[in-house]
Write a protein that binds this ligand. Structure first.
Ligand code: ZN
Ligand code: ZN
Ligand code: ZN
Length: 464
């Protein structure tokens, strides 16, 4: 164990709440030494900057746990002592070498901010109004956050963001009138569709019974996919695929799949009974609309991120040679099924059918992992493997799980999260949250997906 690791394991963090403002949570780990964190977070203003004064007597100069370069070896300012808890201030006075850092954490920078910007109530990604204060809410793509709205003027349908940095007038995507979208566009945009709905080429025939409900379910899943793509900063456009960008066809009796940049989904997949029938027919542990969309998007991004790039050779080593006949491979898979020992190399049985499908299955799992870890952190969940103590300082990390973390760090959080969540879902009689066991070779493939995304020159800078 390196010394830095030793220090990390001995870390103890206490949040001071002498001001009466809850700063969040308290951590207290056995066998730890001491680091005091005095925070004044104004939870009544959820969009306000959180300012923490951190006294770090034992942290090394490079505070590797926060990832932030901290201005250490400076005197504790008098003003800081006044705001500190008496016990903490006394401790600070006694410390021979007090080191401190003032860390500003904007919630929006830290992780997704799905809270009402008017009252602080937690919001779901799909909400159109705050259940606590009644304000309209919507998804603001430029900041990848949920925002609270108030009528902008006498013009009906135009809104201003409550306490938002973006002062431009907003309106809901025109698909909101069908109840299938809560994303916003700006009032001066000639395109009345949001960035996600604008990717639709075909929507279900709404004169048919059940189509509107199916479309709603498809849009919910698609919004989560598009959100992830935007968080990664990956392009929605493609120079090599004919429609020029990621495109969706949602139709009845179409074949679910991907062809030349177009993702087609049979809307029967939105029927829970039919989907379960298919799941059992194909003997799958998991079948969801979001899983379909993530898988199919993998084919789109393979041609952008891997084909004709420096990664193609490494891809072939890990996944196999994709130049073998695709139609023969799929036919063979449907006729004879996967090889007997597929669990030792692949994330799923279908991944064995062809290298492209292996990639798409792995891609989908990678997107599941990133999004689930991000959501877990945003909601304060902190499952950790036995003995892994330093996971406790997650909330002080100023990072974006979609962009900043190593693959090892992501997996380090993903595995305890899946164990915890599987235990929770079993405890109330549901199926496993994540019904997969990932073999070592599949981890290598996941790490490859991670690198390909992280290193892509096509990525846009963070929206935050
Ligand atoms: Zn509210
Ligand atoms: Zn929309
Ligand atoms: Zn596929």
């Amino acid at each position: 164990m390196r010394q830095g690791d030793m220090e990390r394991h001995r870390l103890r963090i206490i949040l001071c709440s002498s001001t009466g403002n809850k700063t969040g949570r308290d951590w207290d780990h056995e066998g730890s030494v001491c680091v005091s964190v005095m925070g004044q977070a104004r939870q009544d203003e959820p969009d306000a900057t959180l300012t923490f004064l951190v006294i770090l007597p034992i942290l090394p100069a490079k505070a590797r746990n926060t990832g932030n370069p901290l201005p250490l070896n400076q005197a504790l300012p008098a003003a800081a002592k006044q705001t500190a808890h008496p016990g903490c201030a006394a401790f600070a006075d006694k410390a021979a070498k007090v080191q401190y850092a003032k860390v500003s954490l904007e919630i929006g920078n830290l992780m997704r901010n799905f809270a009402c910007t008017n009252c602080g109530n937690t919001l779901y990604f799909e909400n159109v109004s705050c259940l606590k204060c009644g304000h309209a809410v919507g998804f603001h793509a430029p900041t990848l956050s949920m925002v609270t709205l108030q009528p902008a003027s006498a013009s009906p349908g135009l809104f201003k963001i409550v306490k938002g940095k973006d002062a431009s007038a907003q309106r809901y995507c025109s698909n909101a009138s069908y109840g299938v979208c809560n994303w916003l566009t700006t009032a001066d945009d000639s395109n009345t569709l949001c960035i996600a709905c604008d990717l639709n080429r075909t929507i279900p025939n709404l004169s048919e019974f059940g189509s509107l409900k199916a479309w709603d379910e498809l849009e919910r899943a698609k919004k989560r996919l598009v959100y992830s793509i935007l968080r990664y900063g990956l392009p929605l456009e493609s120079k090599t695929q004919s429609p020029g960008r990621l495109t969706f066809d949602f139709a009845r009796d179409t074949k679910t799949g991907h062809l030349d940049g177009v993702i087609s989904i049979d809307i029967m997949e939105a029927d829970a009974v039919e989907r379960e029938r298919q799941r059992q027919h194909f003997d799958e542990p998991y079948r969801t609309l979001l899983g379909h969309l993530r898988h199919e998007s993998g084919h789109f991004y393979w041609s952008i991120l891997v084909e004709n790039t420096k990664y193609i050779d490494a891809f072939r080593v890990l996944f196999g040679d994709e130049r073998q006949s695709y139609s023969d491979a799929i036919e063979r898979h449907h006729a004879f099924g996967p090889s007997a020992n597929w669990q030792s190399k692949h994330v799923s049985a279908y991944a064995t059918s062809h290298p492209w499908e292996d990639w798409a299955e792995t891609w989908a799992h990678y997107l599941h992992m990133t999004e689930a870890v991000d959501t877990a952190e945003a909601t304060g969940m902190e499952p950790r493997a036995a003995g892994l103590i330093f996971g406790s300082i997650w909330p002080f990390k100023r990072y974006d799980i979609y962009r900043d973390e190593t693959f090892e760090a992501l997996i380090g959080r993903w595995i305890p999260l899946t164990i915890a969540m599987n235990s929770v879902t079993r405890s109330i009689g549901h199926n496993d949250f994540y019904p997969f066991v990932i073999p070592a070779p599949a981890f290598e493939k996941l790490a490859f997906v991670h690198s390909v995304i992280r290193e892509s020159p096509l990525r846009r800078s963070s929206a935050n």
